[in-house]
Design a protein around this ligand. Structure first.
Ligand SMILES: Cc1cc2nc3c(=O)[nH]c(=O)nc-3n(C[C@H](O)[C@H](O)[C@H](O)COP(=O)(O)OP(=O)(O)OC[C@H]3O[C@@H](n4cnc5c(N)ncnc54)[C@H](O)[C@@H]3O)c2cc1C
Length: 434
């Protein structure tokens, strides 16, 4: 069998090479604070930054090293959309609600992009736009209709349709029936973005303690007691920001999100001529289907990052690396012979309505359910949740306090995922035939 692994292949996030896992104070947390934030991903840190700026004493606790979760494992797409394609969202929740959520997603993107600029977070942000590829003519036409509808509904969107005969100007693939370029979407180095948020939050005075899992949150007459193996902390407010890693200790939240594994691989350095052929404009690509594959250049433009939500069957990283390598060659056959240097996975969280949520349950604030696009939306709703804790009258968004449902007997163990994945694959095969 062809060896697809380059020398020194790592089963670890590529982003950790430039942004190694931070070493933080891991002593016992303080006994008292104003706000405990559970989870030190982008969401927890975005909230911590705003809270610290608002004069609150903030303690961020993480079960693992800071940023252990999806925030330093994602693909670094900074988008302006939610999970649903616009037309699907209109069908599900109506045109008014869909329009306001799509506008909120654009606001989330702009917030994250201006945070990077204003805070001078050196994370290789570039405003590349995003190519969405259509697996069939029917999908291409739907992308076109959705775009018209978004424009008619006042959603701030700038996009160009890419007909099939022009697709090679975007990606060296014969697999698709054209696509759409969404402008105003960016790319970041996921590890450095998280590192920047961590540094800014700590510089404002937030305390971040790693390897300190929260094991319980108890409501008191005034405030809360948060338990950890290293001691108890009293706090006036608590915020949950654990998304796809939500533990059993937070049963209300765990019942409301379905964790799904997603995987990424990175290739060895690619000949610059081939690189220009594969992604001529250096624009990230993502497929328009239920279980999409994505492809982008790394921050220095020398390698490719490729991924998908292929979380069934043998989920060992070596098996997934082989599977993704096969998929990569199917999408871009010119990459035959290219080896991989990294493979890793992370957990995303899907609520049952496929929409992001922030709100308040039994006095505890939360922000979660990003459906694999939480970098901008999570940064935004982390900030808005913090504003709410600060008592800011402007803290609500259209996603705040929407009903956050679970289903009977679900406790956070998604036994039904293999059935849903199989259904999605069947639907995707149908899409490709249409
Ligand atoms: C492979 C992959 C690719 C992705 N690509 C993109 C992309 O390109 N663009 C995009 O927008 N989104 C992407 N996402 C999704 C995005 O990464 C997430 O939505 C976002 O990072 C979630 O941030 P968060 O802070 O809510 O959660 P996380 O970053 O997952 O952090 C949750 C934290 O909670 C901690 N925790 C768990 N239990 C406890 C406990 N008991 N006590 C204390 N802490 C606890 C965990 O250790 C973890 O650090 C991707 C995700 C994956 C996995």
């Amino acid at each position: 069998m062809q060896d697809i692994f380059a020398e020194g292949f790592k089963e670890a996030s590529y982003w950790w090479d430039l942004a190694p896992r931070p070493r933080l104070d891991e002593s016992a947390p303080p006994d008292n604070t104003d706000v405990v934030v559970i989870g030190s991903g982008n969401v927890g840190l975005s909230a911590a930054l705003t809270l610290a700026r608002g004069g609150r004493d903030v303690l961020v606790l993480d079960a693992e090293a800071a940023g252990h979760g999806a925030s330093t494992r994602n693909s670094g797409y900074l988008g302006r959309t939610v999970w649903f394609k616009y037309g699907d969202m209109v069908r599900r929740i109506g045109r008014d609600a869909a329009g306001s959520i799509a506008r909120e997603a654009a606001t989330a993107h702009d917030f994250a992009a201006s945070l990077i600029r204003d805070e001078q977070i050196a994370c290789f942000y570039s405003n590349t736009g995003r190519l969405i590829t259509a697996p069939s003519r029917k999908v291409y036409e739907k992308l076109e209709r959705d775009l018209d509808m978004m424009k008619a509904d006042g959603v701030p969107v700038e996009a160009d349709m890419i007909p099939p005969d022009k697709l090679k100007e975007e990606v060296a693939s014969d697999l698709y029936h054209g696509g759409q370029v969404l402008h105003g979407n960016g790319l970041i180095h996921a590890g450095l973005y998280h590192q920047g948020l961590l540094d800014r939050a700590r510089a404002q005075g937030a305390t971040v303690v790693g390897h300190c899992p929260v094991t319980g949150v108890e409501r008191q007459r005034q405030g809360f007691v948060v338990s950890t193996p290293k001691g108890k902390v009293s706090a006036r407010d608590v915020m949950v920001a654990t998304n796809g890693y939500t533990p059993k200790a937070l049963p209300w939240h765990r019942r409301r999100v379905v964790p799904v594994q997603a995987f990424n691989v990175v290739t060895e350095a690619i000949d610059p001529v081939l690189m220009r052929k594969v992604l001529p404009r250096g624009r990230p690509m993502i497929e328009n289907r239920n279980s999409p594959l994505w492809l982008r250049p790394t921050e220095d433009g020398t390698r490719l990052l490729f991924g998908g939500t292929t979380g069934e069957g043998d989920t060992s990283l070596l098996a997934k690396a082989r599977q993704l390598h096969g998929e990569l060659l199917r999408v871009v056959p010119d990459l035959e012979g290219t080896k991989l240097t990294h493979c890793w996975s992370g957990q995303v969280a899907f609520p049952f309505d496929f929409l992001p949520h922030n709100g308040l349950a039994d006095g505890v604030h939360y922000a979660m359910g990003w459906c694999a696009s939480g970098v901008p939306m999570g940064t935004w709703l982390g900030h808005k949740t913090a504003q709410r804790i600060l008592g800011d009258s402007d803290a609500r968004t259209v996603l705040t306090d929407r009903p956050f449902r679970t289903i009977p007997f679900y406790r956070g163990n998604p036994w039904f995922l293999p059935f849903i994945t199989a259904w999605m694959r069947r639907a995707d095969r149908r899409l490709m035939r249409d």
